[in-house]
Ligand binder design. Structure first.
Ligand code: BGC
Length: 294
């Protein structure tokens, strides 16, 4: 039963050319039918996609069962090297993947920056040397696997829409991650518009994430009440610009959402993310299969 379901999920998807969702309702890009990798799922981790979440303190990875949105084997974590240059990170990926000798599927990797066609274009909170790096090529060469990088918030956001807090929700969903920076994912009727970078909106003369990210709360020792005021300003701005159906709030601090979300005064429904620390790994694997950034 499980094997049959995975085959169905991964078979080629027919996508309507008029921007409607394909018959599985999870296609990313309108247009002609897309080629997808075929995964002979044999009830093992062999060919199923692998997700890597590259974070500021840890690099986590696991093969992912996309039918359930769950890890298919226990996740491994390795400390992020310092400095976290692309080359140093590539070495960690080799080590990490080596811990899953049975895994041979494509690898999705999250990066906290703008990613277009495998190249990283910004580095607000990571080593400068990432800018201009063809990360797809670097990691593919280093690991001998088919590796694709994707913006961290896009990965987490898409995972929340497929499996988490925004599952089954239509219209515009905006997923934000509140961490060192503010990440954003814009998903309209299940289709991701990548690299939205709404953490860098200029609000009252400031880069929004410098005032409203969780790191700003910690750095300035803000009470939850005070931080919620800044979040209100931030989400009101997003509300005014985009009129979304729903906001989903992720990032580590979302575990404590009951301490600040009720204090955010906006008109739009706003809910905490539910995948928590699984979102990056699951989202990375999801994006590699959905061929996010060809
Ligand atoms: C980066 C984004 C990233 C976000 C969360 C921002 O500073 O510009 O690309 O998604 O932080 O890590």
């Amino acid at each position: 039963m499980r094997e049959e379901r995975v085959h169905r999920l991964l078979e080629p998807v027919e996508v309507a050319g008029d921007g409607q969702l394909g018959r599985h309702g999870w296609s990313l890009t309108p247009g002609p039918p897309r080629r997808r990798p075929s995964f002979g799922y044999r009830g093992q981790v062999a060919d199923i996609p692998f997700g890597i979440d590259f974070g500021g303190t840890g690099i986590k990875g696991a093969p992912v069962d996309l039918t359930a949105g769950e890890f298919a084997a226990e996740r491994e974590r390795i400390k992020t090297p310092s400095p976290a240059t692309p080359e140093a990170v590539a070495e960690v990926f080799v080590d990490l993947l080596g811990r899953f000798p049975d895994s041979t599927g494509p690898v999705g990797v999250t990066v906290p920056g703008v990613v277009r066609h495998g190249v990283v274009h910004s580095a607000a909170n990571i080593d400068e040397s990432w800018v201009g790096t063809d990360a797809d090529r670097l990691f593919t060469d280093a690991t001998g696997r088919d590796v694709h990088v994707v913006n961290d918030a896009d990965a987490a956001g898409l995972a929340e829409v497929r499996y988490g807090a925004a599952k089954g929700r239509g219209g515009l969903v905006i997923v934000t991650t509140l961490g060192t920076g503010i990440g954003s994912a814009l998903v309209y009727d299940g289709v991701l518009v990548p690299n939205s970078e709404l953490g860098h909106l200029e609000i009252d003369g400031h880069d929004a994430e410098s005032r409203a990210a969780n790191s700003a709360r910690e750095r300035e020792g803000l009470s939850m009440k005070h931080w919620a005021k800044r979040l209100t300003t931030y989400y009101r701005t997003l509300e005014m610009l985009f009129s979304p159906e729903l906001f989903v709030v992720g990032g580590g601090i979302s575990k404590q959402s009951e301490e600040f979300l009720p204090l955010v005064e906006i008109d739009t429904e706003i809910v905490p993310a539910t995948l928590l620390n699984k979102a990056g790994v699951v989202g990375a694997a999801l994006c590699v299969v959905e061929e996010l950034d060809e």
